[in-house]
Design a protein around this ligand. Structure first.
Ligand code: FUL
Length: 504
């Protein structure tokens, strides 16, 4: 019988530091001789690359859909719009960046070119750009001003460059790949550090339209060479689309998913820093990385989800949607179903015709930040909580507010129970758990219980995967005893942070 370790969280200064160094890889191959147990063990040790980890920790990123559509009041341009209609009257990139920064957002992505082909920077590749617009007499550069504002305010900067281009005459021919590489090169060499490059999969050409074979591998190699720290998202190797545009993630969200039809030997011959493949696999299913799915794979890769959604019904600004901006409460619910479901939120906030984030959106972002801070500032367990655990080390780390330090079970134990006694009733309706993904994603099933003096231990929240962050909203309970039961894991589970909160 293992010894029960029990103490209050008061003496936090004595916490031993359990540091982690990243030595493992963000992919692994599966050999034909691997047993199911061996495959699961391998999956539990796949970790994010450094650039994936940095991105995951951002939690909140913002999208700016801005361009010719802002002036035609459309969602998809035709590609034949007159650049003279692009004329923001009061353009202020710093106002965009300050607005999202005040909302708690850490990185932004600008639509440097949407499907209509209009470029927000004075590119040498086409005349269809800001350079022949009346804005700043053709001397303006939206990409530069947004990039400069990001760098000034310590916000990550990313670019969206639409592969589908309805304006470029070479679209549909081999020459388009050169054209695209030239556009990418300009974006990646003229504006300082770029932290994310976003390739949209959308193409509305239809069966009789132009057919373009994109040279993705060439594009990825170029990005790795010019901006090695940048994550490449969506039609890309580092980050996948979650599969919805509503802000809804998956209940069971594994960041390690199977790969198939891939030349894994080519991948294995490179270091993880140079991995430039795009997993060919179904990304729309309810569960992408179950045990059964892993057994059938020839490789496993860390490929985390990004949840993109707009603060308004459309991606671009439309004045008639000013009254439909999502409220702070709606944004909070989206936070719970995106970041709280092991994903990063990419929230679109479209600037208006003036070239500003509209007051409705600014107000909503600010109210969201206030609400979020209010909910998560009252933390439990706190100094007076008694915590006990049967089998594990470093239990105090779950409340030290340091992601890198973590609790884990004794070798070979894939389940555990952690008990909390608040010495008096406390009311909660939110559960937050973080695994230390720097050693892998492992937890498969957990339940939170509270102690009822009449009925004994009663469940109040239950979940499957945790990953970087899992938040569950449950009907409020008031109790002084709580316990977290980890019922199943792929390897010794870890917990970096744990908390119960109350959203009134
Ligand atoms: C889609 C595009 O077609 C939309 O216009 C928008 O850019 C969205 C983020 O991705 O695929």
């Amino acid at each position: 019988m293992s010894k029960i370790v029990s103490f209050t969280l008061g003496c936090l200064l004595l916490i031993p530091f359990l540091g982690v160094s990243q030595t493992s890889s963000n992919y692994t191959t599966i050999d034909s001789t691997d047993t199911p147990q061996e495959i699961i063990r391998k999956a539990a040790q796949v970790v994010p690359s450094e650039r994936q980890l940095r991105w995951q920790k951002l939690e909140l990123t913002a999208f700016f859909h801005f361009g010719i559509n802002t002036f035609t009041n459309k969602e998809w341009g035709e590609g034949n719009e007159n650049p003279e209609i692009f004329n923001p009257t009061n353009f202020d990139a710093e106002q965009w960046i300050i607005s999202v920064k005040n909302g708690g957002f850490k990185q932004v992505i600008l639509t440097a070119k949407h499907h209509d082909g209009f470029c927000l920077w004075p590119t040498k590749t086409t005349t269809h750009s800001v350079a022949i617009s009346p804005w700043r007499s053709g001397k303006g550069d939206v990409v530069k001003e947004v990039a400069d504002a990001c760098h000034k305010h310590g916000i990550g900067f990313g670019v969206y460059l639409s592969p589908w281009d309805r304006n470029a005459s070479c679209y549909g021919t081999d020459a388009y790949n050169d054209f695209f590489v030239n556009q990418l090169t300009e974006l990646l060499t003229q504006y300082g550090q770029v932290d994310e490059v976003w390739f949209d999969g959308a193409c509305g050409e239809g069966p009789n339209g132009k057919k373009q074979v994109y040279d993705f591998m060439r594009w990825y190699a170029l990005i790795r060479k010019l901006q090695p720290q940048a994550v490449i998202a969506i039609m890309a190797p580092d980050i996948r689309w979650v599969g919805t545009e509503t802000g809804m993630g998956r209940e069971t969200e594994w960041s390690v998913i199977p790969t198939s039809n891939l030349d894994l030997s080519a991948i294995a011959s490179q270091s993880q820093n140079n991995v430039i493949f795009k997993p060919k696999t179904d990304l729309m299913g309810n569960i992408l990385g179950s045990r059964e799915q892993l057994y059938a794979a020839n490789g496993l890769v860390w490929y985390p989800a990004e949840t993109d959604v707009s603060i308004r019904p459309g991606w671009f600004y439309h004045p008639e949607e000013d009254s439909k901006v999502k409220t702070a409460e709606e944004l909070m619910n989206i936070y719970l179903t995106s970041v709280g479901m092991n994903s990063v939120l990419l929230l679109n906030i479209p600037p208006n015709k003036e070239g500003l984030i509209a007051p409705e959106d600014v107000q909503s972002l600010q109210a969201f930040a206030q609400l979020k801070n209010k909910i998560f500032s009252e933390k439990f367990p706190d100094k007076s909580t008694v915590v006990s655990c049967e089998n594990g080390v470093n239990i105090r780390a779950i409340a030290d507010q340091k992601y890198e330090t973590y609790f884990t079970t004794n070798k070979g134990d894939t389940t555990t129970i952690i008990e909390f006694d608040s010495k008096g009733p406390r009311q909660f309706n939110l559960l937050m758990i973080q695994e230390n993904i720097m050693v892998g994603q492992r937890i498969e099933h957990f339940v939170l219980e509270y102690f009822d003096s009449q009925k004994g231990w009663m469940p109040c929240a239950e979940g499957t995967t945790v990953g970087y962050k899992r938040i569950i909203k449950f009907p409020e309970v008031s109790a002084s005893g709580f316990r977290l039961k980890i019922l199943s894991s792929r390897l010794e589970p870890t917990i970096s942070e744990f908390g119960l909160y109350y959203w009134k």
